[in-house]
Design a binder for this molecule. Structure first.
Ligand SMILES: Cc1cc2nc3c(=O)[nH]c(=O)nc-3n(C[C@H](O)[C@H](O)[C@H](O)COP(=O)(O)O)c2cc1C
Length: 307
């Protein structure tokens, strides 16, 4: 349906479709896909769709904004892949709350080869929902993951042995606390087992308290993506960093599982911040290793995402 979309600046309609489809392949909390797009003659606008917010799991819509940031990173990478540069502004109009970013594809300059490579990993990246097998992660790859976060003005804390033990206990406790909350459970069921083009296929296995326990040597690699401040723009940046880290892991053949419960509960999030040294605001807690391939999550069609 590429030809149905008009051009945006130097991007032909078919490229615009590719770019929007890439954005829509981003991860999102409960696969809510809380975004929509508006194209003008020169720009692509990214809007947050607050009707898809999760009042129980994501009380302050932090993860909604993070998810939109991940979509924005894909959009930027795909613009590079189409041979243009993405000039952009975050939250350009404070009087338009839903407008999270504007991206203007410009034909001048050379696309960044690193972004083009990351764009090639977009269709391959997928969240692992079950347990991960521990897999040694070479120091060089850890360095690449750190630099991926830094390139997007965020920070990746690689948890040390003692921090991993404490974080594993915190994950188990926070998951239990969420599952004891009837409101959380109802919301989770509402977004699970759906036959719609969103939500999580099957039963929401992903929110069962994962068993991560053992000695520091037995525990998987756990990393905390943090931001330096915790406002809306910082969260949008953190979402872009999150996706850059996930795509970097995909290119390195590493699987990633989210362990979000401790960042979703305010008191656990404070504990996690302390545990990780107190310098950054926890935005996403990730486990890296080797997982079993899962069935793919569905996505809305691009035409349904246009405003
Ligand atoms: C901010 C955020 C938090 C997430 N938290 C979890 C989580 O706690 N557990 C989980 O299994 N997946 C989590 N996910 C992954 C989503 O469920 C997943 O991205 C979505 O279902 C789409 O699937 P895909 O990533 O395989 O494309 C999270 C994703 C985002 C962006």
């Amino acid at each position: 349906m590429g030809s149905k979309l008009g051009a945006v600046g130097p991007l032909a309609g078919s490229d615009v479709e590719t770019v929007l489809r890439s954005a829509a392949l981003a991860p999102s909390v409960y696969n809510t896909q809380p975004w929509s797009f508006r194209r003008t003659d020169h720009d692509i606008e990214l809007h947050g769709d607050f009707s898809r917010a999760l009042p129980e799991a994501d009380r302050d819509r932090r993860e909604l904004v993070l998810s939109c940031g991940a979509a924005l990173f894909n959009l930027r990478a795909a613009v590079h892949r189409c041979g243009c540069l993405p000039a952009g502004t975050l939250r350009p109009r404070l009087d338009r709350l839903s407008l999270l970013a504007v991206v203007r594809p410009v034909p001048t300059g050379t696309p960044d080869p690193a972004m083009v490579r990351l764009a090639s990993a977009i269709p391959r990246r997928a969240t692992i929902r079950g347990a991960l097998a521990k897999s040694p992660v070479p120091e060089a790859v850890v360095g690449e993951l750190r630099r991926a976060a830094e390139a997007e003005q965020a920070w990746l804390v690689v948890l040390t042995g003692a921090q991993r033990v404490a974080a594993a206990a915190l994950i188990a406790r926070a998951c239990r606390q969420q599952l004891e909350d009837p409101g959380f459970r109802t919301e989770r069921v509402r977004w699970s087992g759906s036959t719609r083009p969103d939500g999580l296929p099957g039963i929401a296995e992903h929110r069962r308290a994962p068993v991560i326990a053992g000695t520091p040597d037995e525990l998987p690699l756990l990393v905390l993506l943090g931001s330096f401040e915790d406002g809306p723009v910082d969260r949008l940046r953190a979402g872009q960093a999150l996706q850059r880290v996930l795509l970097t892991a995909t290119l390195a053949d590493l699987d990633v599982a989210f362990r979000s419960a401790p960042v979703e509960l305010a008191s656990a999030r404070r504990e996690l911040r302390e545990l990780a040294g107190g310098a950054v605001w926890p935005q996403a807690l990730l486990e890296l290793g080797k997982g079993r391939p899962m069935s793919r999550t569905p996505r809305h069609a691009v035409e349904d995402l246009l405003r």
